[in-house]
Design a protein. Structure first.
Length: 222
């Protein structure tokens, strides 16, 4: 396992204009340091925010784009922070430390998992079949717009192992905590903007930031 970062961007804010710029910078980082076999490699996006990043990266590198549905299991009082993640294949990871710290009951955990499953099922119905991950190549770049806790990517890696011999994580920005969490599960990590400053927010790496809607995601896939 290795970690390749954009050292000039370490601990910087406002590194990317938007998600498209982030995907292009990510492609540049990978191509500078890694010999990509284009015939045997897929770019696998985590919706919804990871789709524009992966779209730009795949376009610049000439790689096929696929979608792996993984979603954060949200705290009931927020639409941003989560205490775990669930994938379209049923892979589940829970942050038990966070559950204990916030004194979340098992009933609430089960309810939030149920809501996450429903969200994934809704997206399965609207994403074009040809993009959904159902078979794999030899190598995968798993792409999201950033890693805060790392649990979503941890689940994505577990799911991607069903289809790929080698699974690499490629993200524009990440916390050092998230990198440490996923490092034992993947074959390599590419991260343009690595930050070990607390508190960490993915949005701080972007000059333009908004939540990507399902409608916007589908426009990229078209």
């Amino acid at each position: 396992m290795f970690v390749i970062e954009g050292k000039k961007y370490r601990n910087r804010f406002g590194v990317f204009k938007d998600r498209i710029d982030a995907g292009e910078k990510l492609a540049d980082l990978i191509e500078k340091h890694f010999d990509v076999d284009r015939d045997k490699t897929d770019v696998v996006a985590i919706p919804a925010g990871g789709v524009p990043v992966a779209w730009a990266m795949a376009k610049k590198m000439g790689l096929k784009l696929k979608i792996l549905l993984v979603s954060k299991i949200l705290f009931p009082w927020t639409t941003e922070a989560g205490f775990g993640a669930l994938s379209m294949f049923g892979d589940l990871e829970l942050n038990r430390s966070a559950i204990r710290y916030y004194k979340i009951s098992e009933d609430v955990v089960e309810e939030q998992v149920r809501r996450t499953r429903e969200k994934i099922e809704r997206r399965l119905k609207i994403i074009p079949e040809r993009y959904l991950l159902k078979d794999g190549n030899e190598n995968a770049f798993l792409v999201d717009d950033g890693l805060a806790s790392g649990y979503t990517m941890l689940v994505a890696i577990k799911s991607a192992r069903r289809f790929y011999d080698r699974v690499y994580v490629a993200v524009p920005t990440a916390s050092s905590h998230a990198i440490n969490l996923i490092s034992k599960s993947c074959d390599g990590i590419f991260c343009v903007n690595l930050r070990d400053i607390y508190p960490y927010a993915v949005a701080d790496a972007y000059l333009e930031w908004h939540d990507v809607s399902d409608e916007e995601m589908l426009e990229f896939l078209k």
